[in-house]
Design a protein around this ligand. Structure first.
Ligand code: ZN
Length: 394
């Protein structure tokens, strides 16, 4: 390269450096955007703003609530749970004069049963935990601005997807909440550190670091997003007679495989949290899943025999399958992985009907796990034809 060209390049690079620096210091590694593009922390800021008002035992004004529910992440969660649900949970935790509200909320939803019956105490505990861990929360946000979570999470998610690579990283709205959601953008809730010193020691011994649990949770949610980009079946509209059943089958597939990414690695086998109380609960829960599967099989067989009431039975199946499909789906996905390998799962990941077929194959090989009956499988085969997006024959 001749010198004049070199000189031209040098001044050109200098010009670029100047332009980038003028545009917000990108060159000095404005790390938040550079490391995890699409991370949004406005929800967390909005949470502390409303919590501060409530802590002074003042009911926030309509405008203040409005600002809270307009924050990225909470806006979507409010659609799901309703505003007053959040308002009450926040009042219960933060308003000194609302000491009885928590017990009242927990009791009311427990009596009504269903999802919010078991979920409400978790929501309230999550807000309380966050309140007790403010400094830790601030530290976590700083970490989220500097550690390459998205790239690493995509790697873990891809282990369970047929895709070779991801073409984009998910946008993530962070909120203070006990749970996360695979919506677009993803919603990731944080409430506090549940990593004991012994867990950390174990993670380091295994060549990981303290980021792994959160990273895997993000991988689980990223998996939902990548999976949903290209499904092989189409869920009918709510109210359609097949909707409740298909929703349930899809949840079992989606959450079951998602939990292989996140829960299995941490809470089972030599996972660093396999000795925790939470893990013991999960293991116990797994013991009940063969029974759950037999009941699902019985309901499916009845649906096949009584098509007139199939829609109603599908609704009952939806409320019967625990925790929106997590433990039962995990039992099935884990059996497939153990008997047939991770590669087998990758092929059925976007098709709950194929997931059920593969489970049956794994259960036959296993010899002890319950096998779905020919009647149930024939019923599913019919539905598969009805709701497939791609042509039969994979
Ligand atoms: Zn999930």
């Amino acid at each position: 390269m001749d010198t004049s060209r070199k000189r031209w390049l040098a001044s050109f690079s200098l010009l670029i450096a100047f332009v980038l620096a003028a545009n917000g210091g990108y060159l000095q590694g404005a790390t938040p955007q550079a490391v995890n593009p699409g991370f949004n922390f406005e929800g967390i800021e909005a949470f502390w703003t409303i919590a501060t008002v409530l802590e002074s035992d003042t009911e926030p004004s309509e405008a203040q609530w409005k600002a809270f529910f307009a924050a990225p992440g909470y806006e979507r969660l409010a659609d799901e749970f309703g505003r007053s649900y959040f308002q009450n949970a926040l009042r219960a935790v933060f308003m000194p004069s609302q000491g009885d509200l928590e017990a009242e909320m927990v009791r009311t939803y427990a009596e009504r049963g269903g999802f919010l019956g078991w979920y409400t105490p978790l929501v309230i505990d999550g807000f309380r935990e966050a309140s007790e861990n403010r400094e830790w929360m601030a530290g976590r946000v700083r970490e989220l601005k500097t550690h390459p979570y998205l790239e690493e999470a995509a790697g873990y998610a891809l282990e369970y997807l047929p895709d070779e690579a991801v073409d984009a990283y998910p946008a993530v709205n962070f909120v203070v909440f006990n749970d996360s959601r695979g919506y677009t953008p993803l919603i990731m809730g944080i409430t506090g550190d549940d990593l004991a010193p012994s867990d950390l020691e174990c993670l380091e011994r295994q060549g990981h670091d303290r980021h792994l649990p959160f990273l895997l949770l993000m991988a689980h949610e990223s998996f939902h997003m990548y999976r949903g980009q290209e499904m092989e079946i189409e869920l009918p509209e709510p109210g359609h007679p097949d909707y409740a059943l298909l929703w349930t089958l899809d949840q079992m597939t989606n959450e079951g495989i998602g939990d292989l990414i996140h829960r299995k690695r941490l809470y089972y086998g030599d996972g660093c949290m396999a000795g925790t109380e939470r893990a013991a609960g999960m293991h116990r829960e797994q013991l009940a899943q063969p029974a759950t599967i037999r009941i699902v099989d019985a309901i499916l067989s009845e649906m096949a025999a009584e098509p007139d009431v199939a829609g109603m039975l599908g609704g009952q199946l939806q409320s019967f399958v625990p925790q929106s499909g997590h433990p039962t789906g995990f039992f099935m996905a884990n059996l497939i992985e153990e008997e047939l390998g991770t590669g087998a799962i990758r092929d059925v990941v976007r098709n709950p009907f194929e997931f059920f077929k593969l489970y049956n194959q794994a259960a036959l090989e296993n010899g002890e796990a319950p096998v779905f009956s020919p009647e149930a499988m024939a019923y599913l085969a019919n539905l598969q034809e009805k709701h497939s997006i791609v042509a039969e024959g994979r």
